[in-house]
Design a protein around this ligand. Sequence first.
Ligand code: ZN
Length: 330
Amino acid sequence: MPLPDVVSWTVMIAGYTQNGLVEKALETFKKMQVAGVKSNSTTFISILPACAKMGALEQGMDIHQSIIKSGILSDVVVASALVDIHGGLVDEACKYFNGMSDPYCTMPTMDHYICIVDLLGRAGYIEEALNFIIKMPIKPASVVWVCLLGACRSHKNIGLGISTATLLFELNPKNAAPYVLLSNIYAEVGRWGDVKKVRRLMKDRGTKKIPGCSWVEVRKMVHVFCVGDRSHQQTKDIHAKLEKLSGEMKAAGYLPDLRQVLSDVEEEEKELFLGHHSEKLAIAFGLVNTSPGTTLTVVKNLRVCDDCHTAAKFISKIVSREIVVRDANR
Ligand code: ZN
């Protein structure tokens, strides 16, 4: 384009962020500044998740400093708040958010709040994230609390995880996410009795988790797999392929991440569960049915677990193929 504007730059940044190309996103943001194009609040929402994904709180601050300089008022509010949160000045930060001290300030939107709770949560600033939510001048949407609950899980803050989940159950008893997150929190510390209780609660309230499935296109036909799926007519070949790969992967140094199997079963059985996640079945099917060297593209409706992510990398190396696995987030 002869003169890329703020929209062109922002679309590129958002595209990179959504596809996990975080460094590219940050690089493009810098290029945009060098080109003298002013960022707007959408640019801000596009670049913040990139910082969160990298756990790059510092980098997030830098970006906000430059947004301050660019003079977009709504972003100044968020940026100043972030800088202060980092310095532990949550009260000060919330004052910015209230926008009371400056009559020209535009109120930040719910998206901005979600970005910041996510950024803080991922960086392990759980207490700060909680204080931040409590002091929000607008009623936090439940997704803000889900964000905090996710952070409690990652950083093993069980106490806060339980109270956040309880609050979410009250807000929306039909939303499956908090039940799943809470049962995962319990499972990771081996509290199987509590895992069962949460699952029962979920069932009693008629809350349904969307079943995970993955699909792969081979010769203009889409093939769908669920976890442990044995309904495909080539199921024998698929499972044989997975078994062979499993041996080769282990020889190459792969260790199954059994934390990803959140149920109270023997280790060996866990490994079996894990080995049959839908994305692994889809990859195996793709390998069996395409010629060597063909790129595979697998899509999953939910998030890909850490183990499948690692396994896909090992498989790609072993079979010398490019394997693209895309999930609901990226
Ligand atoms: Zn998996």
